[in-house]
Design a protein around this ligand. Structure first.
Ligand SMILES: [Zn+2]
Length: 81
């Protein structure tokens, strides 16, 4: 599966100090960064940080669709609205 690597505008490589040479991407719950100018590379686990907004929206829409499918069975949410 192709992973989209994006350059971080204005980011400075901590190793070679080159600007706009840092790429970042995420895969399998891990955030990666590397530098195309030198061999700098790091990975950071994504824990309870903000989930990418797009992901959340898609998941929510799917959940709502599922609720519509199950309309005959009314689920009472104790949390209310
Ligand atoms: Zn570098």
């Amino acid at each position: 599966m192709a992973v989209q690597k994006r350059f971080i505008a204005g980011a400075i490589c901590p190793r070679c100090a080159a600007m706009d040479r840092i790429r970042a991407w995420e895969q399998n719950g891990v955030r990666y960064r590397d530098c195309v100018n030198c061999d700098f590379f790091e990975q950071l686990p994504i824990e309870n940080e903000a989930v990418p907004e797009l992901d959340t929206r898609v998941n929510r829409e799917r959940e709502e669709q599922r609720r519509e499918d199950f309309q005959p069975v009314k689920i009472l949410d104790p949390k209310g609205r």
